[in-house]
Design a protein around this ligand. Structure first.
Ligand code: PLP
Length: 432
């Protein structure tokens, strides 16, 4: 498909070259626009709420590098802190005080976290947390939910969301059956299904891992009582509850979804926002469980670049910016304005939609029926989403190139940005 209203000649040339150099032309699948079709734009630079492509077109961005840019891209405070840190070296491979600073901030913020280990990505955090769940309980089975994404480790690539959902792959070749034989799945928001799994193997389940608000199957909030029910069930069966807050941490609230919903898991994974745009992940939780991690305990996990000074610096600065009074009120207000506006305009222009937002996370499906799980999400009219996505792009709005991804706002998005976005949506939806 050719863009009609924006010129993207350079993007096309660069992406064509990239496809000969890297599988699909990208370093991570969803970026290739395969599910929405058409030409991905190649970025040149980012600032605040905006991105500029290599052809010089400007867009209002609702991807925010998939979550980290919650203070806006390239925030001057983060950039200047990074300049300063850079002069002292990019990696120590040894302790630094910066790790203490970020660790204290994370422990103070996130209710479940008494101790934390830094890693380099959300994938790494989830891999390690599964090992820890098993090490601590002496049990092998884990429960995950259909459409939830916890990175690309073998045992978690079962009914996974994000890029896996986007491409319609239920699983991936190269993952041995033995790697996933201890992963059992249930539909999201289905407490009875989880109960049945516990009843059928009461002493074998190490724990439950989930996105406390789903972002990787599109935006799906937990039903009332779901998180509470999981907390009760896991306790009843001596299993651990793990919130994967790689996306929701410091986004749904400063203390994550666990603060927002008042449910304290045993362990938590983090990523995205805590790296402020540099590669960081983390896992943490109860002190008795975290004390099993090497070298305090026997569960091995390590990383050459883990806790490196640049990543810690970007994380610290980002969290400092988020601590300013009113930030989460502003994120909620601006995102609600956007989400309410989109749903209203879609209805006025004759489209059946279902969606919503919490704090700085939002989503809209092209279906009139409520979406409580991945099966519901898949009822969305994907070809309509593709046309909507392309239309918005041509009107200068960059949305995630997949129905099965949440949208993100930032502190840099202004009322004027939202108004312009809604104007674009009205034009696009009127002609869909
Ligand atoms: C993004 C994400 C991951 C994976 O993080 P990476 O840094 O991409 O490896 C894991 N879990 C959730 C909920 C995510 O949104």
């Amino acid at each position: 498909m050719v863009n009609t209203t924006i010129k993207t000649t350079k993007s096309e040339e660069i992406f064509a070259a990239a496809q000969k150099l890297m599988p699909g032309g990208v370093s991570s699948p969803v970026r290739a626009f395969k599910s929405v079709g058409g030409q991905p734009i190649v970025f040149d630079h980012v600032k605040g709420a905006y991105i500029w492509d290599i052809d010089g077109n400007q867009y209002i961005d609702y991807v925010g590098t998939w979550g980290p840019a919650i203070c806006g891209h390239a925030h001057p405070d983060v950039i200047s802190a990074l300049h300063e840190a850079l002069e002292k070296g990019t990696s120590f491979g040894a302790p630094s005080v910066l790790e203490n600073v970020l660790a204290s901030m994370v422990i103070d913020a996130v209710p479940s976290i008494e101790m934390v280990r830094f890693v380099n990505s959300g994938t790494e955090a989830c891999m390690a947390v599964i090992r820890l769940m098993r090490a601590f309980t002496g049990r092998d089975k884990i429960i995950k939910f259909e459409g939830c994404y916890h990175g690309h480790a073998d045992m978690l690539l079962v009914q996974a969301g994000s890029g896996v959902a986007t491409l319609g792959l239920p699983d991936s070749p190269g993952v041995p059956k033995s790697a996933t034989s201890n992963t059992v799945t249930a539909p999201y928001n289905d407490l009875e299904a989880v109960k049945a799994l516990f009843e059928s193997s009461p002493d074998e389940i190490a724990g439950v891992i989930l996105e406390p608000v789903v972002g990787n199957a599109g935006f799906i909030p937990p039903d009332a009582g779901f998180l509470e029910g999981l907390r009760v069930l896991t306790q009843e069966y001596g299993a651990l509850l793990v919130f994967d807050e790689v996306m929701t941490g410091f986004r749904i609230a400063y203390g994550g979804a666990q603060e927002k919903f008042g449910i304290t898991p045993d362990l938590t994974t983090l990523g995205k926002v805590i790296g402020g745009g540099l590669p960081v992940g983390a896992y943490g939780g109860r002190k008795d469980i975290m004390s099993m991690v090497a070298p305090a305990g026997p569960m091995y996990q390590a990383g050459t670049l883990s806790g490196n000074p640049l990543a810690m610096t970007a994380g610290i600065k980002t969290l400092e910016l988020l601590q300013k009074p009113g930030t989460y009120e502003q994120l909620e207000r601006i995102t609600k304005k956007l989400s309410d506006g989109l749903l209203q305009i879609a209805k006025e222009t004759g489209h059946e939609v279902y969606g919503g937002q919490i704090s700085a996370m939002f989503g809209m499906f092209f279906t009139g029926e409520p979406v409580h799980n991945y099966a519901d999400a898949k009822k969305s009219d994907l070809s309509k989403f593709s046309r909507f996505h392309r239309g918005m792009l041509e009107h200068g709005v960059y949305l995630a190139p997949s129905q099965f991804e949440a949208g993100f706002t930032s502190l840099a998005h202004t009322d004027e940005d939202i108004d312009r976005t809604l104007e674009a949506a009205r034009e696009v939806l009127s002609n869909l």
